[in-house]
Ligand binder design. Structure first.
Ligand code: NAP
Ligand code: ZN
Length: 363
């Protein structure tokens, strides 16, 4: 067994307000990292500020993080943390502010350029990062991964044990103000993490257990959504906890082709991350049903749906996508699958041509 999960995970209503003293553990000065408006809108920012003030912690708010966060923003935030003398970072948001907070924590303590960040090897440990989740999708609250758009506009990751958040706070009340489209997209991302991780040949018993728990939660809710039920508190909790299980699973295995093939749709066509992955998820399920049949049958039994029902549910929950990808662009992006790391983690004998044909079939 080989398992590392150093993040303290607290998911309950009022998780921040009930645990304010934990913030004092990490110092007296903190950089708070958010997107433009949702942290305020959902109440998480107020809860964090009140926890910091209760502990006499001075803070600076950095609220410039956009979706698919830019490396330039992370360098700016890192400099800001350093100039302010921040001893820790609190990220509030979906995956974008959380990943950006992890990157800023690295830039704050290391004099490096962007390639230095992606190398995932740094002289100094990053500042400790507390993650407060406001979407129910990426599981970034519990991963050592940061996905940051480089100066060429490409989504690239860093991954280091020292980048696991020290605490993950989850409160499904924060997720209530997500627009329906964001909720669906982020939940599909969470399901994609569970399924991609489950079918990775890097899986362990622990990662698969989390992947199954997460997929069970999310598929149960998706069935209810497809039946026309509005999301209630229990359903939100199932999806949020599902996203945490998915995060733990990919912290062990990484993701697979849904993510690899989805990136250019976010980079060049503005498709939301979860939706981009979800476009390939039914193909991923079909591929593995053929190439990892025993595992697939076990998963379908656990989540109580067969392959076609699962694919149908995914397609019904998916937000609509209206994009036009030219043949020239498909030719260009195909180059990116040639050395795709996910090929080595898949069952069967996948080739870059297979990935290319899937892209051409889907978009
Ligand atoms: P996001 O990009 O963080 O946010 C998407 C949109 O939702 C933003 O407009 C945001 O507004 C809004 N939003 C967030 N929480 C909300 C709430 N509670 N109510 C209303 N609106 C809300 O979305 P995400 O899907 O969570 O994150 C995607 C990013 O995470 C991608 O860059 C992806 O590559 C990365 N990712 C990371 C990991 C990992 O392990 N590190 C795993 C998977 C994906 P504001 O801009 O105002 O905040
Ligand atoms: Zn994802």
């Amino acid at each position: 067994m080989n398992f590392y999960m150093p993040t303290k995970i607290i998911v309950e209503n009022g998780s921040v307000a009930k645990n304010t003293s934990l913030f004092a553990t990490y110092g007296k000065k903190c950089l708070v990292v958010t997107g433009k408006s949702s942290a305020k809108l959902c109440g998480a920012l107020d809860d964090v500020i009140s926890a910091l003030e209760k502990n006499n912690i001075t803070y600076k708010i950095f609220d410039k993080v956009t979706q698919n966060p830019l490396i330039s923003t992370c360098i700016e935030g890192g400099n800001s943390a350093r100039d302010f003398g921040a001893e820790f970072v609190v990220g509030i948001g979906g995956g974008s502010p959380l990943d950006a907070a992890k990157a800023m924590a690295v830039f704050a303590t290391n004099d490096i350029d962007e390639e230095g960040l992606y190398s995932s090897k740094w002289d100094n440990d990053p500042l400790p990062t507390i993650a407060v989740g406001t979407t129910a999708g990426t599981g970034s609250e519990v991963t050592q991964i940061g996905v940051i758009t480089d100066s060429n506009g490409r989504k690239r990751s860093f991954r280091a044990d020292v980048s696991f958040p020290v605490i993950a706070f989850g409160d499904t009340n924060y997720t209530k103000c997500m627009p329906d489209k964001v909720m669906r997209s982020t939940a599909i991302d969470a399901l994609s993490h569970c399924i991609e991780s489950y079918f990775s040949n890097n899986s362990t018993d622990i990662s698969r257990a989390h992947a199954v728990l997460g997929a069970k939660n999310i598929v149960k809710v998706f069935k209810e959504i497809v039946d026309g039920k509005d999301l209630d508190d229990d359903m939100r909790t199932l999806v949020y906890e599902g996203s945490i299980h998915g995060g733990i699973a990919i912290s062990i295995t990484g993701t697979s082709f849904c993510h690899a093939l989805g990136y250019f749709l976010s980079e060049d066509h503005g498709v939301a991350h979860g939706t981009a992955c979800g476009m390939y998820l039914p193909e991923f399920v079909r591929y593995n049903t053929e190439n990892a049949k025993e595992l697939a049958d076990k998963l379908f039994a656990e989540i109580d749906v067969d392959r076609d029902t699962l694919c149908d549910i995914i397609n019904k929950v998916m937000p609509e996508v209206d994009i036009n990808v030219s043949e020239a662009e498909k030719d260009e992006v195909a180059e990116r699958w040639i050395n795709a790391a996910c090929l080595k983690k898949m069952y069967g004998n996948p080739t870059s041509e297979l990935l290319d044909s899937i892209v051409r079939k889907i978009v």
